[in-house]
Ligand binder design. Structure first.
Ligand SMILES: [Zn+2]
Length: 498
């Protein structure tokens, strides 16, 4: 067999495991009482002897951070350990004042979970969660000219690390996993989901293997990619790295175990440093913290506080409220959107297709206004929209009651969006109520027929498509307020009489 043919017939499987770091939304840091609101704060103003790593300062575990991690573990179908142990991960870095990071190693808080994801082709896949554990964030180095400065405001902020098994086999699956994980973390209220602010970070471990290797249960050498600032970058980095490794192997090269960075401008991975393995960190149990004992009753109390999660919502929207899957999927993707939708349905009703109508207005008109507002497509902005759910419900009722027509309702929504006023107030003040009075409509039609004699003659001669022309004139003459059904009916009748 020729080399060229071999190249064409060699098939590779992509193998990706994901490490996700999520800052927990607690008020204080992981092991001290310092505030976590470091964003925008002057450097080194959220620090104390504990998070500065002063000798003799003792850490105390943050209960809220432990509960947030247990909550996440439950949502990710993990086993919650009855006893978890904090461990020291030793390494030296300028922004790590203690010279070690307190983490969890052999006995993490959560293990053996899974998350089912939906792939672009409509199939679902189960991604196993190896572990979710608690640790602390590092400080930040700031490089200014010849100097390197350090800001320790972030040092000690609670960080949850979620590690998957190497179950991800495409860049799209990685994207779907991360998107769903972020949605769940936001539903749980444990993490902001802000990748651009570094509150959520992910590092894929990427390798490829031939199908022969797969059959023998072997894996390729994995490369870890860092500095990824968006899920889109993660997807691009995985696709790029997969091709790089395959090309390397095809040329007879060997993939080395290294850390790569992602160059967003050039859309390529670049070598950072050779990778440490876990024995380099010399983990040992943290002597300053007792083992974390988690009794069943505590776990059950936390489980009882879990909100309805995206999958359950989707099912409820479709099965109980009759939503089309496409709108259900859009609405559940962001916790604040789902809440807005449910509050509107609560005010408007769900029966007889009403929930679907609400869904159409939110995913159609309201999203259009949100997107037009600049600020990218961040649907979390729905929380700041001036149109209250009850006001949107009132607007839809005005359409149902034939007070305004569909097109006027869109205009009214725009005004509500800008000014936050009530739809009733706006309709009354702007004189937008629909004209159903046939005498008014008749007057308009007759005037139009008089001033468009040529078109009328052509219509009579059989050019029926001119009906649309007349209809447009009627709507224009009534400033779009004519009841379209009444107008259409009267136009038909008057054209026949004329
Ligand atoms: Zn502190």
């Amino acid at each position: 067999m020729s080399t060229a043919l071999q190249e064409r017939t060699t098939q590779y499987e992509l193998v990706v495991g994901m490490e996700v770091h999520a800052q927990l939304l607690t008020r204080s840091k992981m092991f001290c009482r310092c505030a976590t609101d470091y964003a925008g704060a002057p450097p080194n103003t959220r620090v104390c002897p504990t998070c500065l790593g002063m000798p003799g300062a003792l850490p105390v575990a943050n209960r809220a951070a432990v509960e947030a991690t247990i909550k996440t573990g439950i949502a990710l179908n993990c086993t919650i350990a009855p006893t978890a142990v904090f461990a020291r991960k030793n390494y030296t870095y300028p922004d790590l004042p203690k010279g070690y990071q307190i983490s969890q190693f052999e006995l993490p808080l959560c293990e053996h979970g899974y998350l089912d994801i939906e792939l672009p082709d409509g199939s679902t896949q189960r991604i196993r969660i190896r572990r979710a554990h608690l640790e602390e964030d590092t400080g930040r180095s700031v490089h200014e000219g010849l100097f390197s400065l350090v800001d320790l405001n972030r040092a000690g902020v609670p960080l949850m690390e979620i590690v998957t098994e190497a179950d991800i086999h495409s860049a799209d699956a990685a994207y779907a996993f991360l998107t769903k994980l972020r949605t769940i973390l936001r539903y749980l209220g444990v993490n902001s989901g802000d990748m651009e602010k570094g509150a959520l970070r992910c590092e894929p471990n990427i390798s490829v293997r031939t199908l022969e290797q797969k059959a023998r249960g072997e894996y390729g050498t994995k490369v870890e990619v860092k500095n990824l600032n968006s899920f889109r970058s993660v997807r691009a980095a995985i696709a790029y790295e997969m091709q790089r490794q395959i090309d390397l192997i095809e040329r007879g090269g060997v993939v080395e175990q290294v850390n790569m960075g992602w160059d967003e401008d050039r859309q390529i991975t670049v070598l950072q440093r050779s990778k440490e393995s876990s024995h380099d960190y010399r983990y040992f149990p943290e002597p300053d913290l007792p083992p974390l004992v988690v009794d069943r009753a505590w776990v059950e109390r936390i489980a009882a506080t879990l909100p309805e999660l995206p999958d359950a919502k989707r099912t409820r929207y479709i099965e109980q409220w009759g939503l089309r899957p496409v709108e259900a999927e859009t609405l559940i993707g962001e916790a604040l959107v789902a809440r807005y939708f449910e509050e509107t349905v609560a005010a408007y009703g769900a029966e007889n297709g009403r929930a679907q109508r609400v869904a159409n207005w939110i995913t159609g008109e309201l999203f259009r206004l949100l997107y037009a507002d600049g600020e990218g497509q961040d649907l979390r902005q729905i929380a700041d929209v001036k149109v209250q759910p009850a006001q949107l419900a009132a607007l839809l009722k005005l359409v149902d009651d034939k007070v305004i027509n569909q097109n006027t309702a869109k205009k009214v929504l725009e005004m509500m969006y800008t000014g936050g006023e009530d739809p009733h107030t706006l309709v009354a003040r702007e004189g937008l109520a629909m004209v159903s009075d046939t005498s008014v409509i008749d007057d308009a039609i007759l005037a139009i027929l008089r001033s468009n004699a040529a078109e009328l003659a052509r219509y009579r001669a059989g050019e029926e498509k001119l009906f649309g022309f007349f209809m447009g004139q009627v709507m224009r003459a009534t400033k779009g307020k004519a009841d379209p059904n009444a107008a259409r009916q009267r136009l038909q009748e008057l054209l026949e009489q004329a």
